[in-house]
Design a protein around this ligand. Structure first.
Ligand SMILES: *Cc1c(COP(=O)(O)O)cnc(C)c1O
Length: 477
């Protein structure tokens, strides 16, 4: 039995994850326009649309030219299909119990399904028999990711079983690249070579493969030769390309809160658990009612700044001390005119900011979940050590796209990268933040991004975006 989540009235929660769906539409269009002529764009909206809300992300992407949608879980595919979204949907991650429960309905809806083993093929065929409808399958080839998918040696058996089963139609063959975010890494070419010869072998057993696809955002942006029949970008649609690109991609998610308290403190004031920060001079501190339970990575403690929007304009303020469960403290500076109630932007996009003075609470709010993100690189903290750790995970879903990452970030407090230099909260250089954004006045301090948070936390923006808690009400602008 599932446990109901107590519903907080979002009108009385100070935090917001604001989703700019027009940015998703824009990003999709920009990427779609860059594709080879006959390549279709499958918008990846797994993990609740990378934390932006799956349905609104899917609709926005379709409006921008996506002609496929991709999700990890069949239950997500079913929800998309039942919501009336009419493009083909592709789903790739399930286990036997889920398959038995849901695949008949998923096949009945016409969702296309990944198959990476004989056992999975049988699950799909059984479901198709129950649904009395042929299932369209895409054979997943493990070319080096080592997660989902069949090793090339197994393809002949899968191919002949697929050909012989009247309830199976071979719709595609696909793989997933493990290092496309590093264009120098020879792994990508190795994977492509394995993929191409595996496809040939599969065709010999199963007949022509109508659709081939392998490119995530990074490969879509850097390797036109890998566009094939479909590309599968995810993170780029949300505005965080994992590789350098000339395309104008804009962050779609903005995480905001409001100052709960502003107070003057003398030099020597300690802040937060472990008193890891001490004010070097008298200053004004701001308390923001958002913390790691809302999705801010604790590992970023002391390594980021936020945008505070007060009467005298927008100012960046360094976050100081440890990030707590539901609050953070920022150093506003002794001259600050910020007051309790002022809006604080944790990260996001300048375009999504309401003009100062607007009442943002007028916007319709859905009591839903949203993720957050960060952006530009903050220079390393003076004491900052090695933000090497990353995340990564073995499933094909949430982490499907993550660039190679290393060790766990669950280091002890003492070793967390951002903590060490707390004493001297030198603000990161802000000069070029949002420099390219023509909507901002020249002297605007810019909006921190999911990349900034990821850099400070030693992780990737994917994790920042998908970690915004479902305690944070999501709203669309
Ligand atoms: C997540 C994922 C993608 C999208 O990757 P991005 O790096 O977000 O573009 C594509 N394909 C699969 C199988 C995935 O899991």
């Amino acid at each position: 039995m599932s446990i109901p989540i107590p519903a907080e009235d979002p009108r009385h929660v100070p935090n917001r994850a604001v989703v700019d769906t027009s940015a998703i539409t824009h990003n999709t269009r920009v990427i779609a326009d860059s594709l080879r002529e006959h390549t279709a764009l499958m918008a990846v909206v797994k993990a609740d649309g990378y934390g932006h809300g799956m349905l609104s992300a899917a609709r926005a992407a379709v409006a921008g030219g996506a002609t496929w949608l991709g999700v990890a879980h069949p239950a997500s595919a079913l929800a998309l299909s039942r919501a009336g979204i009419e493009v083909p949907i592709f789903s790739w991650l399930y286990e036997p119990r889920t398959a038995a429960e849901i695949l008949p309905a998923v096949v009945a809806e016409g969702v296309e399904i990944s198959v990476g083993s004989l056992a999975m093929l049988k699950m799909v065929a059984d479901a198709a028999r129950q649904a009395d409808r042929r299932a369209r399958v895409h054979v997943k080839i493990d070319t080096g990711m080592g997660r989902n998918g069949a090793l090339p040696a197994k393809l002949a058996a899968i191919g002949s079983a697929a050909r012989e089963d009247e309830f199976i139609r071979l719709s595609g063959a696909w793989t997933h690249l493990s290092a496309a975010d590093d264009p120098e890494d020879p792994m990508t070419d190795q994977q492509v070579e394995i993929f191409d010869s595996a496809c040939e072998a599969l065709e010999e057993e199963a007949g022509p493969i109508p659709l081939q696809h392998l490119a995530n955002t990074a490969a879509t942006l850097t390797r036109r030769d890998l566009h094939r029949d479909i590309v599968r970008p995810g993170i780029g649609l949300y505005g965080y390309p994992p590789v350098a690109t000339d395309l104008d991609l804009r962050p779609a998610l903005t995480l905001t809160s409001r100052l709960a308290l502003v107070k003057d403190v003398p030099a020597g004031q300690t802040v937060g658990y472990g008193h890891r920060f001490t004010t070097p001079a008298p200053t004004r501190l701001g308390l923001v009612p958002i913390g790691y339970a809302d999705g801010l990575p604790r590992a970023a403690s002391g390594g980021v700044s936020v945008l505070v929007r007060s009467d005298d304009g927008d100012h960046r303020a360094q976050q100081v001390g440890r990030i707590s469960m539901d609050q953070i403290v920022v150093d506003l500076g002794s001259e600050s005119r910020a007051r309790a109630g002022d809006e604080v932007v944790l990260f996001g996009a300048a375009q999504a900011l309401a003009p100062l003075g607007d009442d943002a609470s007028e916007v319709a709010v859905t009591p839903q979940f949203v993720a957050s993100a960060q952006t530009e690189e903050e220079p390393a903290q003076e004491t900052g050590s090695d933000p090497a750790a990353g995340t990564g995970g073995p499933t094909d879903s949430r982490d499907g796209a993550e660039p190679e990452t290393t060790a766990s970030t669950e280091s002890t407090e003492e070793t967390q990268p951002a903590e060490a230099g707390d004493e001297a909260p030198s603000a990161p250089a802000l000069a070029d933040l949002d420099a390219a954004d023509p909507t901002l006045p020249e002297n605007h301090p810019g909006v921190p991004t999911a990349d900034d948070w990821a850099t400070a936390a030693g992780t990737i923006p994917y994790e920042i975006l998908t970690s915004v808690s479902n305690r944070v009400p999501r709203e669309q602008r």
